[in-house]
Design a protein around this ligand. Structure first.
Ligand code: NAI
Length: 326
């Protein structure tokens, strides 16, 4: 259809926004025209106007319009896709609980606004950290939107894991399938090589090196964000934007045949992951719906890693419950 896809982006004047908006506007989600709805806090609106000037200057054929504002109910009106990128970064001396509370205020308000004004077919992807629990807060504050319309981004971790495995094995990234990130988008995440494949062969067997897997692969993927900050002097914004696009595109248009993607979604108890937390799973997607891949065998090593990460999510859930955010 040629009616524009209305895509909301929050934190649009931020680092990720500066990469994400140009990809969205230039057709990363397909040929259908896109109308961008950009939400920022009031002090960032001037900077955002500058970004809009640049969007104008690209003369993108697929960009049907841009609206900006600091009022979520106006910006989210009728949106089909909402990419919640803006979040409160951890400041000096801020504890984990303080971070959850500061972001809780943002994601309760945005959940309520989406509930009120988003289109009936809305899909909501949360990139802003702590992404999993921010998604839980948003969906808990949007009772009229089905919970399966919310997800949190672990696609960047997924892509990082693919890239590391490709480098280790010498295989092109296109040969690597069935990668899974389990759990939280945090240092406890578990990138799983026991179900991944390299050219159709089991990745753990192809690598054949449990030490590398435990001492190199998993920590490299889990700490990649910190390594990029260390090297670049600022955070991994372009790759985060790229992963945000990958996740949205696959959600709307489907994951590849015989493959799956990682997405953090509200747990239904699959694989013993406690219900009521937003945790990353292997999922297949089709036409805006997702399904958790079922029937994978989980050995003791994987079990321990999955449990450790989901325990962290349960703690985050307990904290935001105590704070009255969900
Ligand atoms: P940034 O600090 O450059 O930009 C964030 C923007 O959000 C700022 O412009 C700020 O004004 C805005 N903002 C804050 N509160 C807002 C609100 N209530 N409504 C609308 N906008 C608001 O940060 P950057 O680098 O763009 O990262 C954004 C978030 O994404 C951070 O939370 C970061 O930790 C997270 N992230 C997540 C990744 C993932 O894989 N899930 C990967 C990389 C970053």
């Amino acid at each position: 259809s040629s009616t524009p896809l209305k895509v909301a982006v929050t934190g649009a004047a931020g680092q990720i926004g500066y990469s994400l908006l140009f990809r969205l506007a230039s057709g990363a989600l397909g040929d259908r025209p896109v109308e961008l709805r950009l939400l920022e806090i009031t002090p960032a609106l001037k900077a955002l106007e500058g970004v809009v000037m640049e969007l104008d200057d690209c003369a993108f054929p697929t960009l049907a319009g841009v609206e900006i504002g600091d009022d979520a109910e106006k910006v989210f009106d009728g949106v089909n896709l909402a990419l919640l990128v803006g979040a409160r970064p951890r400041g000096p001396g801020m504890e984990r609980g303080d971070l959850l509370e500061a972001n809780g205020a943002i994601f309760t308000a945005q959940g309520k606004a989406l509930n009120k004004v988003a289109a009936d077919d809305v899909r909501i992807g949360v990139t802003g950290n702590p992404a999993n629990t921010n998604a839980l807060i948003a969906l808990s504050n949007a009772p009229d939107i089905p919970t399966d319309r919310f997800s949190a981004l672990t696609r960047l971790d997924h892509n990082r894991a693919i890239s590391q495995l490709a480098a280790k094995t010498g295989a092109p990234v296109t040969d690597i399938t069935r990668m899974t990130i389990w759990g939280n988008h945090s240092a406890t995440q578990y990138p799983d090589l026991f179900h991944a494949e390299v050219g159709g062969r089991n990745a753990a067997e192809v690598v054949g090196d449990q030490r590398w897997l435990e001492d190199d692969f998993i920590p490299t993927v889990a700490k990649r964000g910190a390594a990029i900050i260390e090297a670049r002097g600022s955070s991994s914004a372009a790759s985060a934007a790229s992963a945000t696009i990958d996740a949205a595109r696959d959600w709307l248009f489907g994951s590849a045949k015989d493959d799956w993607v990682s997405m953090a979604v509200l747990s239904d108890g699959s694989y013993g992951v406690p219900e009521g937390i937003v945790s990353s799973f292997p999922v297949t997607t089709k036409d805006g719906d997702w399904e958790i891949v079922q029937g994978l065998e989980i050995d003791d090593f994987s079990r321990g890693r999955i449990d450790a990460s989901t325990a962290e999510l349960s703690e985050e859930r307990a904290t935001v419950t105590e704070l009255g955010l969900i």
